[in-house]
Design a protein around this ligand. Structure first.
Ligand SMILES: Cc1cc2nc3c(=O)[nH]c(=O)nc-3n(C[C@H](O)[C@H](O)[C@H](O)COP(=O)(O)OP(=O)(O)OC[C@H]3O[C@@H](n4cnc5c(N)ncnc54)[C@H](O)[C@@H]3O)c2cc1C
Ligand code: FES
Length: 273
């Protein structure tokens, strides 16, 4: 998978909600080879000649377009993302990517995407690719409150009829509660309609969100024999397998998963939850 390290011009930056930013850059070399679930390391400091990898921040590829635009959707949380959020069109930023392993799928299965908080970011690109294959996914998105659920019209356009669900903790949009509750009721409904066991393996859950949410999603899937892929997060310095700083414990004493190299997307069964 070819990766590039480029100075990409910023095309646009908007803020669809408080502290959430949508950054568009011209990066055809990344757009052409990126797979949903992969990420880039971004350096907001123009002319950073120190080559300080600690200034780079990992962000998932939110979307790509045919004309070579790459979009990132992120929450401003600290120094790096605050610097990124100040970038105006015309400025350049250093981007290394695409990195890591993304989600995998095939046309014989049906997919349920479960996103929580900023974990919705990589799922738009994924939903778009599944939609293109003629196999649109069911999508369940959750957040604390309605305003955190951004770009939902785009998600809706990439799902199947009656295949889009939301959950908010304050009840401001969709189900009042957690995404996992929506997932359980959907899977139970599906099992009831199909007689359960004979459809095992036909549905796959692909998820990204806070660790406790993914742990709950993984447990729900395990109980039902449903394959599940999770997109892990870890603090990253290099993003390319050199510093070994992004280790997450793997299941059955099998050592560590280095999120930037083996992930960020891995089979949920490989993770020590
Ligand atoms: C593969 C991957 C994809 C990601 N995709 C997105 C995305 O699409 N949208 C989004 O909003 N966020 C995403 N994140 C989280 C994002 O990288 C952090 O929010 C960001 O690095 C915070 O940097 P900061 O300097 O603003 O915050 P600070 O808290 O000041 O960061 C200090 C240090 O901690 C690291 N860090 C802090 N929080 C995280 C975190 N949650 N994950 C990894 N490193 C962290 C930073 O990289 C930095 O080295 C992703 C993380 C990973 C690993
Ligand atoms: S971030 Fe350096 S090895 Fe993964």
């Amino acid at each position: 998978m070819p990766r590039v390290d480029i100075n990409a011009p910023v095309l646009d930056q908007t803020s669809p909600a408080r502290d959430i930013f949508l950054l568009s850059v011209a990066a055809p070399g990344i757009a052409q080879s990126a797979q949903p679930g992969q990420f880039c390391m971004l350096d907001a400091v123009e002319g950073n000649n120190l080559h300080d990898p600690l200034l780079r921040r990992p962000l998932s590829i939110h979307n790509v377009t045919a004309n070579g635009t790459v979009e990132f959707l992120y929450r401003k949380t600290g120094r790096g993302t605050a610097l990124l959020s100040q970038l105006k069109p015309g400025r350049k930023l250093k981007i290394l990517g695409p990195l890591g392993n993304g989600f995998t799928w095939d046309s014989s299965k049906s997919y349920i995407l479960v996103g929580g908080g900023m974990g919705i970011a990589p799922l738009l690109f994924l939903a778009g690719e599944l939609h293109k294959t003629g196999n649109p996914p069911v999508i369940i998105l959750g957040a604390a409150t309605e305003s955190d659920l951004v770009r939902i019209d785009l998600f809706q356009a990439r799902t199947m009829e009656q295949g889009f669900f939301t959950a908010t903790e304050d009840g401001s949009l969709g189900h009042h509660g957690l995404v996992t509750e929506v997932l359980v009721s959907l899977l139970d409904q599906q099992a009831h309609q199909t007689g359960g066991a004979d459809r095992r393996g036909a549905t796959v859950v692909l998820t990204c969100g806070p660790f406790p949410m993914m742990r709950a999603v993984a447990a729900i899937c395990r109980e039902r024999g449903i394959p599940c892929q999770v997109s892990l997060e870890a603090h990253m310095a290099c993003g390319s397998g050199l510093c070994l700083g992004c280790a997450v414990e793997s299941e059955h004493d099998a050592g560590y998963i280095h999120v930037c190299r083996e992930g960020p997307v891995v089979d949920a069964e490989k993770v020590q939850w």
